[in-house]
Write a protein that binds this ligand. Structure first.
Ligand SMILES: [Zn+2]
Ligand SMILES: [Zn+2]
Length: 428
């Protein structure tokens, strides 16, 4: 693509003012406007022949909270499956060995970690560094390890690059169902957690919004709740949302929510999509992960890519057992390159193992159609505006403030999909 004619994200945010006020844009208004002009391309400037592709698992549990395996077993299993970036994100609310406490594993399976002296912020500490949990360091294994934690007392939030986590002992018997309070007895809400993560220079995304969990102490949130969070918290900390989590049945819920948010926030405030398997048991999980596009594989470059959207993710309905020596990894549709040409008005994808490329833009309606608490598809999903390798965005009807692509391959009853992050447009 021609770099001179397209703005990169930093230029765009400078131009619009980072954290610029974002208002709800009614669909009719976006439809009535003129020709789409590409202003945000998360893949701008990538040299596709050279760039490193790094498989990342950003949502993993171990015996240090309610997972079933030791840290070392988890790390080695993912390494065997060719992952190079891992974040162990144990729940901040569990003490180690929850499955033994709940009699789902025998006592001899217990993890002896952490050893005394206990880490700062125990028991809400991240499982980090790995070497404190009987595992070689990421460097020794040729991997990138990211300090992380799953904040669990309210809407689940994955926190990265800091040791933030909340413990509830002070809250007494009301917790966790009754929420949490800080040392002064003040309630701690999602906004407080996100502000604290930002103060620690961390990054975050919101987890599995559609999860249906009858005993959960967070409740499904209305669309407006998400709009408020992404409005309130800047894109250089709250970088996105889990669009696929275990590739479970909430597909229409989570993907529809993403499209509803993109329709409201793009291009001013990107909300990047992440895929994670939320692994608790290596023997039984789903294939969904994120692939980073990095010139230099370092922790800092992962961080920059998370902010800039330089990654894509994939999800399949097929499960996997990571405990075996040679896990049956899928050949997902592979994104070889995505080249935007703002002057020509096109975005072109080259792909392998791909049945078709679908281009998806804003939903037809921004109104909820069913009750979000009881329906798994309460919002209209984004609509397919084109099928084919190249999108001519000036000539394609229905392009709103963004478009994203899905590379899809069907195999029997299963679908394997690779998702790009969204491209942003202003309508001139
Ligand atoms: Zn969770
Ligand atoms: Zn989790």
């Amino acid at each position: 693509m021609s770099e001179s004619s397209s703005m990169n994200r930093r230029e765009l945010l400078t131009c619009l003012g980072a954290g610029a006020a974002v208002s709800l844009v009614p669909w009719r208004k976006t439809q009535a406007a003129g020709t789409p002009c590409l202003v945000l391309d998360p893949y701008a400037g990538i040299d596709w022949a050279q760039v490193g592709r790094h498989k990342a698992a950003l949502h993993l549990h171990t015996l240090q909270s309610d997972g079933y395996q030791m840290v070392e077993e988890v790390v080695r299993a993912y390494r065997r499956a060719d992952f190079s970036i891992l974040s162990i994100t144990d729940h901040d609310w569990n003490r180690p060995n929850a499955r033994i406490l709940w009699k789902q594993l025998p006592p001899e399976k217990a993890s002896p970690y952490p050893k005394e002296p206990y880490p700062e912020n125990y028991p809400a500490n991240p499982t980090w560094p790995w070497t404190d949990y009987g595992c070689p360091s990421p460097e020794e294994l040729g991997m990138i390890g990211i300090e992380g934690s799953e904040l669990t007392f309210r809407h689940h939030i994955n926190s990265f690059f800091s040791n933030y986590g909340v413990w509830y002992e002070r809250t007494g018997s009301r917790a966790p169902y009754g929420g949490i309070v800080d040392a002064e007895g003040n309630e701690v809400w999602e906004d407080d957690q996100l502000e604290d993560i930002r103060a620690k220079n961390g990054l975050a995304f919101l987890n599995h919004p559609g999860v249906e969990d009858k005993h959960a102490w967070w409740e499904r949130k209305p669309l407006q709740w998400y709009v408020e969070r992404y409005h309130k918290h800047p894109a250089d900390c709250l970088v996105g949302i889990e669009v696929t989590n275990c590739a479970r049945a909430f597909r229409a819920y989570d993907e529809g929510l993403w499209d509803q948010l993109l329709a409201r926030f793009m291009p001013q405030r990107p909300i990047w999509g992440f895929g994670t398997d939320d692994m608790h048991d290596l023997a039984s999980t789903r294939q969904t992960y994120t692939t980073f596009l990095l010139d230099h594989p370092t922790s800092e470059s992962v961080r920059q890519a998370m902010i800039a959207g330089r990654f894509h993710f994939c999800a399949s309905t097929v499960g996997i057992n990571y405990r075996v020596e040679e896990p049956q990894m899928l050949d997902f549709p592979q994104l070889l390159s995505v080249q935007a040409d703002p002057a020509q008005g096109t975005i072109a994808i080259r792909a392998d193992n791909c049945g078709e490329v679908r281009w998806i833009s804003a939903p037809e309606s921004l109104e909820p159609t069913e009750d979000f608490r009881t329906s798994n598809a309460p919002w209209p999903q984004g609509r397919v505006v084109h099928v084919g390798d190249t999108l001519d965005f000036r000539k394609t009807p229905g392009i709103g403030s963004y478009v994203r692509a899905e590379l899809v391959r069907k195999e029997g009853n299963h679908f394997h999909r690779t998702f790009t992050n969204p491209f942003g447009f202003v309508l001139g």
